[in-house]
Design a protein around this ligand. Structure first.
Ligand code: AMP
Length: 285
C-alpha cells in the first residue's frame, strides 16, 4: 500500500474505487472499504482519501479537536487490502482559485430544519471537497455511508449537476451493540454522555413505531427528552428530496443532537426500524 499526498501520484491509481474520509478510521469506514473491495473484481484499485476538510467545519474548535491518526489509519487500510491512501495537504486540495469556484447547492442540501440550519456553510464545504476529489482521482465509483444520509443525497446530486462519471454507492450504517452509530466523534463521548448517546438510535426506533410523521416525530422527541437530550432536529422526511413526506414515497427519520459537547447525527428508514440483537429494547428514563 502507498500513501500519496500529491495529485500527480494519483495517476498510478486511475479509475479507482474511492472511499472519501476524514480519517480516524473505524468499523463504519471499514464497511465502505469492504464494499469498495467487493466491487473491485473489475480490477479497480481501492483508494481511501484522508483529509480533514477545513471548508466543511463551521466551528474552528471542532476542526481543531477533530482526531488525526494517519499512522493507525494507514495500518488499518493496509490490513483491509487498500491499494493507496490519498492524504493531500490543504494547498493541494485548494490551490489558488479553487475556493473561488462557484457552488450552487442542490435543494436537497438546503431543505429547512436539517443540517444546513445548524451548520451553515457545511454542505458548501462538502460539495467543494467531493467535487475536487472526484475530479483529481477520476474515480469510477465512490462510497459513502448512509449514516450521513443528507450528505449522501447531496453527493448524488453533485455528480449529476457537474456531469461527473463517478457512480455513488451508499453503504448501510454500522452501529455499536447498543445501537449507537459509529462516528470518529464518539471518542469525545465521556462517561454518562456515552450512555445518554444511546437515546438517538432509540428515538429512531420509537419514531418508526408510528405511521404518521407528526406522531413519529413526537414519539422520538419523547425518548430523547427522557434521556436528557434536546435535539437540534428530529424529522421524518422524504428519503430522496429531504422535503416533506410524500404519499407513497419512501421516508427517513433523521436526528441531530449535542450530547455534552459532542454533536451526533443518525437516521433510519421510516417507519419500522429495528436495532440488532445487541439492543436490550429499553428506553432511557
Ligand atoms: P467521515 O470520516 O466521518 O467524514 O466519514 C467518511 C465516510 O464514512 C462518510 O461517507 C460517512 O458517511 C461514512 N461513515 C461514517 N460513519 C459511518 C458508520 N457508522 N457506518 C457507515 N458509514 C459511516
Amino acid at each position: 500500500m502507498r500513501i500519496v499526498s500529491d495529485i500527480a501520484s494519483l495517476a498510478a491509481f486511475a479509475d479507482a474505487h474511492l472511499v472519501p474520509t476524514m480519517g480516524a478510521l473505524h468499523a463504519g469506514h471499514a464497511a465502505l472499504i469492504g464494499a469498495a473491495r467487493a466491487d473491485a473484481g473489475d480490477g479497480a484499485p481501492v483508494v481511501v482519501s484522508v483529509f480533514v476538510n477545513p471548508a466543511q467545519f463551521n466551528e474552528k474548535a471542532d476542526f481543531d479537536a477533530y482526531p488525526r491518526t494517519l499512522e493507525t489509519d494507514a495500518a488499518f487500510c493496509e490490513r483491509l487490502g487498500v491499494e493507496a491512501i490519498f492524504a493531500p495537504s490543504v494547498e493541494a486540495m485548494y490551490p489558488a482559485g479553487e475556493l473561488e469556484r462557484g457552488v450552487e447547492l442542490p435543494p436537497v442540501a438546503t431543505e429547512p430544519g436539517l443540517e444546513d440550519a445548524f451548520r451553515p456553510g457545511h454542505f458548501e464545504g462538502v460539495y467543494r471537497v467531493c467535487r475536487r476529489l472526484f475530479e483529481v482521482t477520476g474515480a469510477r465509483r465512490a462510497y459513502f455511508g448512509e449514516k450521513d444520509w443528507q450528505q449522501l443525497q447531496l453527493v448524488r446530486a453533485l455528480v449529476e449537476r457537474e456531469g461527473l462519471a463517478t457512480a455513488i454507492v451508499g453503504v448501510p450504517t454500522v452501529r455499536e451493540g447498543d445501537g449507537l452509530a459509529l462516528s470518529s466523534r464518539n471518542v469525545h463521548l465521556r462517561g454518562e454522555d456515552r450512555v445518554r448517546a444511546r437515546a438517538l438510535s432509540r428515538a429512531l426506533v420509537e419514531a418508526g413505531r408510528f405511521g404518521d410523521p407528526g406522531e413519529g416525530e413526537a414519539a422520538g422527541l419523547r425518548v430523547l427528552r427522557a434521556g436528557g437530550i434536546e435535539p437540534e432536529y428530529l424529522a421524518v422526511r422524504d428519503d430522496a428530496t429531504l422535503g416533506p413526506v410524500r404519499a407513497g414515497g419512501d421516508a427517513r427519520v433523521l436526528v441531530a443532537a449535542k450530547v455534552g459537547v459532542t454533536r451526533l447525527i443518525d437516521n433510519a428508514p421510516w417507519p419500522g426500524f429495528a436495532l440488532g440483537s445487541g439492543w436490550d429494547g429499553g428506553v432511557l428514563s
